[in-house]
Design a protein around this ligand. Structure first.
Ligand SMILES: C[S@@+](CC[C@H](N)C(=O)[O-])C[C@H]1O[C@@H](n2cnc3c(N)ncnc32)[C@H](O)[C@@H]1O
Length: 364
């Protein structure tokens, strides 16, 4: 049975935990350190911890940092529930009575739900407290969704995967005559939290940082030279815009009231040459963390790049970034069709390459 912590919050192009487990068993032993420099919702980190490996991850997107960070340091259930009680008490004793100004927020959340959600948005110190981070991550997973089907979704009807844009959402809700349901945020939050603990959380704890992974070598000073295995999936060429597709969750974490500009200049890479330079800079940025004989496993896809292009681009980039190491491919790449719920489900209708490929390299 799948660990319920894995599905706290959907994420773009997430890979399945079975893929990570295969790599862990093939290339590591218990207690060895595993790293994902594009950790997304934290599949590598959580699966490693569940399998008695140590784990670290980094990602530039605050949604990823929050969700993966929550999985890396799962607090005691009792502490989480106590904190929810305290937040609810202070909500009721405060004079917080936020009224949605924009048409989008008026139609997205019921007025009372909006007031509760904005209170939590203002009061969760998710970057500094693991308990607050866990609560925030659970909220991100229920913030929007198919509320006609799920009693946990706090919003008017919206996909759970991506946040639709404000103007489009308003038009759609009006066209279908949809009003936001009243959801009792604190009550639902408790239910959603309890479900995540229906299986025992990992005994080990990991570390996730919100960072551009080109700087990861210096962000994880305590782990330099210790990583045995990297299991990662970089952004695919042409695939998605990470800030736009998650804009409502980013808003909840303190971001703007409308889809913001990109998180960084590489958010949606469309030029092949720039793509390889970007990845090469990432490898150069993480090399300090790697053990002399580390293994690097990369799942990658994307329009316009064939399996051969990807293999060569990865191998050349790794070699260039690590001139003192010998880079040896462990196989020529294994291909699989992109699962329905992965990349293409975020951009229905795009003519994307439906294959993704796994590559493994051993350093020496
Ligand atoms: C394909 S997703 C990884 C999904 C992940 N494997 C999972 O299962 O959730 C790629 C990730 O790379 C992150 N990213 C893009 N540029 C980055 C950078 N310069 N440094 C760190 N992370 C970055 C994106 O925010 C996104 O979360």
């Amino acid at each position: 049975m799948r660990h319920p912590l894995h599905s706290i919050c959907p994420y773009f192009a997430m890979f399945p935990e079975s893929f990570v487990a295969e790599q862990l068993f093939a290339y590591t032993r218990p207690n060895e350190l595993v790293f994902d420099p594009f950790c997304g919702r934290g599949t590598t980190v959580l699966e490693s911890l569940l399998n008695d490996r140590r784990a670290i991850g980094s990602d530039i997107n605050p949604v990823a940092a929050c969700v993966a960070g929550a999985k890396a340091q799962v607090p005691d259930l009792l502490h989480v529930l106590q904190q929810v009680d305290e937040l609810e008490k202070s909500y009721h004793s405060s004079d917080h009575d936020a009224v949605a100004q924009s048409e989008f927020f008026q139609m997205c959340f019921h007025p009372e739900t909006y007031s509760e959600v904005t209170f939590l948005r203002d009061n969760l110190d998710w970057r500094n407290s693991s308990v607050h981070r866990f609560i925030a991550a659970v909220l991100l997973g229920i913030l929007h969704g198919e509320s006609h089907r799920s009693a946990l979704a706090l919003s008017n009807r919206m996909p759970r995967t991506i946040s639709t844009k404000p103007d489009y959402s308003v038009r759609w809700w009006k066209k279908h005559g949809l009003n936001p349901p009243r959801r009792e945020t604190f009550k639902i939050l408790r239910e959603a939290v309890a479900f995540r603990y229906s299986r025992v959380p990992p005994r080990k704890q990991g570390v996730v940082v919100e960072a551009d992974s080109r700087t990861a070598g210096d962000r994880f000073l305590n782990f330099q030279g210790q990583v045995s295995l990297v299991v990662t999936s970089p952004p695919y060429l042409d695939t998605t815009d990470y800030s736009e597709d998650q804009w409502l969750r980013l808003w909840f974490l303190g971001g703007a009231e409308r889809p913001a500009t990109r998180l960084n200049r590489d958010d949606r890479l469309t030029v092949v040459g720039d793509y390889w330079v970007f990845l090469q800079d990432i490898w150069a940025g993480i090399v300090k963390l790697l053990r002399p004989e580390a293994t690097i496993v990369v799942r990658i896809g994307g329009t316009r790049l064939s399996k051969e292009d990807l293999f060569e681009g990865l191998q050349t980039g790794l070699q260039f970034a690590m001139p003192n190491r010998k880079i040896r491919p462990l196989h020529q790449g294994r291909s699989s069709e992109i699962a329905k719920r992965q990349t293409n489900s975020f951009r229905p209708g795009t003519k994307s390459d439906r294959m993704e490929h796994d590559f493994a390299f051993r350093l020496g």
